[in-house]
Design a protein around this ligand. Structure first.
Ligand code: FE2
Length: 336
């Protein structure tokens, strides 16, 4: 039977692929956003500035700090890439999400397993770059290649995961080709592209992309359901008739676009201690907008349940970009 030998989790923020001199550009987008979820409420940028003024976050938003944080982030990315290469799995199952790059309001699956032979990470056209939110085009090299790259997938494992999930009463969506758009099939979203580019360094390892709709109402699966889903995926992998070695990775998070260090620490402690009750006790309001990607880690912890692999938090690096507390808290973790 297949063996799960390694786990990983890494943020995929634009800041990880943007020079620190340009981090402020994402704050322009933050100011335009009229509804930032934070601790159960929803706030404008100016309301957040008022709410968080006691934290003196402005002191953490200058180029000296950005440079220091960027150096740490880059060192951790390299460490994760090196550790992944050392672990040398045959297949990587990726627990990720879409941000309206593929799935639209006309159809958004709650959970989807991709069972195509290959997946394409497309180059971004100059025209598409023009239309991007401030600060994204600068970072696009970290998620998308200069020319399209096709990566191999593993339909045999994906099909086994789908049939196991269905038997276990998870009526999962399935796709063997990402939905078509203007020039399609569409590119694999940035949540996955970041791993291909920055951790796998475009090496053609076989992957199985699994999507959870973490972001978008009305059908975001709950943290409890995500954890159970992950566990079922783990049982599927371990019952696959193959002698291949499998790794699993979460992509995204932790709290953003408003950083909440208290939330992050609660969830990181719960993951480290395998405290399922604490994970599912967290209110769903904690997992909205970018912070919803924390659910990819909950799914991954589910997959790794019972493997004996132990979580190691290599680093937790909150990267603030405004006095409103907007930014992205970076995590770099492994299970080995
Ligand atoms: Fe994301």
């Amino acid at each position: 039977m297949a063996e799960i030998i390694y786990g990983m989790g890494v943020s995929h923020s634009p800041h990880l692929s943007t020079p620190p001199e340009q981090w402020d550009r994402r704050a322009v987008a933050d100011k335009r956003n009229p509804a930032h979820p934070f601790r159960g409420g929803t706030y404008t940028f100016d309301e957040l500035v008022e709410l968080r003024k006691g934290e003196n976050l402005a002191a953490r938003c200058n180029l000296d700090v950005y440079r220091e944080l960027d150096a740490k982030n880059q060192a951790r990315l390299k460490q994760l890439a090196d550790r992944f290469a050392e672990a040398a799995p045959d297949i990587l199952v990726i627990m990720g999400n879409d941000q309206r790059e593929v799935f639209q309001p006309s159809h958004t699956p709650g959970f989807l397993v991709y069972y195509g032979d290959t997946v394409v990470n497309k180059a971004v056209t100059a025209e598409a770059m023009q239309g991007m939110s401030p600060g994204i085009a600068e970072s696009i090299w970290g998620t998308n290649p200069e020319t399209d790259i096709t990566y191999p997938c593993e339909p045999a494992l994906a099909n086994h995961i789908i049939s196991t999930l269905i038997r276990e009463e998870f009526d999962v969506s399935a796709s063997n080709e990402l939905p078509r758009g203007d020039d399609n099939p569409r590119s694999i979203p940035h949540a996955f592209g970041f791993l291909y580019r920055r951790i796998l360094n475009d090496r053609p390892i076989i992957t199985v992309p699994i999507f959870t709709n973490t972001f978008f109402p009305p059908n975001q699966p709950t943290a409890k359901r995500v954890l159970e889903f992950g566990k079922a995926v783990g049982r599927a992998i371990k019952s696959w008739d193959s002698d291949l070695k499998v790794a699993v990775s979460a992509t995204g998070g932790f709290s953003h676009f408003v950083i909440d260090e208290e939330l992050d620490r609660r969830v990181l402690d719960a993951l480290a201690n395998r405290d399922d009750a604490a994970i599912i006790g967290e209110p769903e309001s904690s997992f909205q907008s970018g912070s919803s990607e924390i659910k990819n880690y909950i799914a991954t912890a589910g997959v790794l349940d019972g493997t004996g692999l132990k979580m190691e938090l290599l680093d937790y690096i909150p990267c603030y970009r405004s006095e409103a507390g907007t930014g992205n808290a970076m995590v770099f973790m492994t299970w080995s």
